[in-house]
Structures are given as C-alpha cells and as structure tokens.
Design a protein around this ligand. Structure first.
Ligand code: PRP
Length: 211
C-alpha cells in the first residue's frame, strides 16, 4: 500500500487537525512536538504528513505532492487551484471582512479611489470590482494588515476576523462582511481516481470527529 500524503496548513488549523487525526487512530505524537521537522510518517496507517505554509497547501495538492490538504477557505478563494474541495470541516470558523475606522461605516460605496490593503488581493478585487462594481487600488501586504488604515497606507483592509480582538485593540471595526470561512478538505484530482476508497474513508472518519 502506498502512503497517503496530507498537507496541513501550519498553525491553528494543523493543531486542530492533528487532534482529530489522533482521535481516529493516527499517531501524531512526533508532529505535535515542537521541532523544525516538516515531514512525518505514521507506518501503521501508511500516512505521511507535511507541514506547509497555508497559502502553499493548494499548490502541493494540485501538483500531487500531497494527496489531501486541510486548509482555510480564505486560501482556496485566494489561490483558485484546480483541486477538489470536498468537505467543510466547520472548525476554524471566522469571517472575511472589510475593516476600517468606525466613521467609514456605510460610506464605502461613495468613496472614489478607495485604497484597500490586504493579504488577499484576489478576494478584495473580486468583492469590490466584480461584485460591487467599485474601482479600487489594492495594496498587497503580508501581515499585520490592521496597521495600514492606522498609518494612512490604505482606507480599509480586507482581512480575516476571528475574535475581533485585533480590530478592537487597534480602534478598527468591521465595515462589511465579505463571506464566512472555515477549514476545508481538498483532494488532488488524480489521487481521487487512484485512491478513491481510502481517501473517502479517511474523510468520512475525520469528518465524523468534527461534528
Ligand atoms: C489573522 C488576521 C487578523 C487576525 C484576526 O492574523 O489576519 O490579523 O488574525 O484574529 P482576531 O479577530 O482573533 O484578532 P495572523 O494572526 O495570522 O497574523 P498576521 O496579521 O501577521 O498575518
């Protein structure tokens, strides 16, 4: 039997996924230890796990370097890869939002040349330009996006809001909700043909533990 390889998005999603894999009998003990190791093997279940940056999970899965991936819907919307999105796992629930200073609430559509900072330029562009027909300038950032409206780099941001704590601590508010997000299981299209039974069985067991 060949190994099934699962790509996990490093961070909160990977940790949650490891707990669920442990609950269905996969040995994740080594993976849970803090180390710089990136590949883990469980001989008993014939599974390999790779820990990758969230935005790279769809790439590993599309090219077949991983058969399965567990990643946030935000990454899937931003990356638009040729992979199967199989299941909404419901954990990691949060919202993609337009955020900014509270005084901008209800005023965005009347603002020409809106400057929008985001780690998610494709999502921001689709929301403003395609859905709302509003021309915007997008400024791509890689983190601490909440800083942009505070220092005048952008009028608003498009970013994930989970607890709302980062916004509160920086005097910002949700101005509009773009869409809800959560963790998803994705599968490589060839793997789905070659290992259909094993993959569906794994997803079924995994999903049961998330409910
Ligand atoms: C994410 C997101 C927000 C924050 C939202 O950032 O981009 O900044 O979490 O969470 P909250 O609503 O619970 O405060 P992350 O922690 O990934 O760090 P980053 O800003 O450096 O990307």
């Amino acid at each position: 039997m060949r190994y099934l390889t699962v790509a996990l998005a490093k961070g909160r999603l990977a940790e949650h996924a490891m707990d669920i894999f442990t609950a269905i009998g996969v040995d994740c003990a080594e993976m849970k230890e803090k180390s710089r190791k990136l590949v883990f093997t469980d001989e008993k279940s014939k599974m390999k796990f790779i820990l990758v940056k969230a935005s790279d999970v769809p790439t590993y899965v599309e090219y077949g370097a991983a058969d399965i991936g567990i990643v946030g819907k935000d990454t899937l919307l931003e990356e638009s890869r040729n992979i199967y999105e199989m299941v909404d796992l419901s954990f990691g629930a949060c919202n993609m939002c337009v955020c900014g200073k509270p005084e901008l609430k209800g005023k965005l559509s009347g603002m020409p040349h809106l400057k929008v900072a985001s780690k998610y330029p494709a999502i921001a562009k689709r929301y403003f330009q395609d859905d709302k027909g509003q021309t915007i300038e997008i400024i791509k950032l890689n983190g601490s996006v909440e800083l942009a409206p505070l220092v005048g780099l952008a009028d608003v941001i498009v970013d994930i809001v989970e607890t709302g704590e980062t916004l509160r601590e920086n005097g910002l508010d949700v101005l509009e909700v773009v869409c809800p997000l959560s963790a998803r299981v994705v599968v490589n299209k060839v793997s789905m043909k070659m290992e259909r039974g094993r993959i569906l069985d794994l997803i079924k067991k995994f999903t049961k533990k998330t409910q």
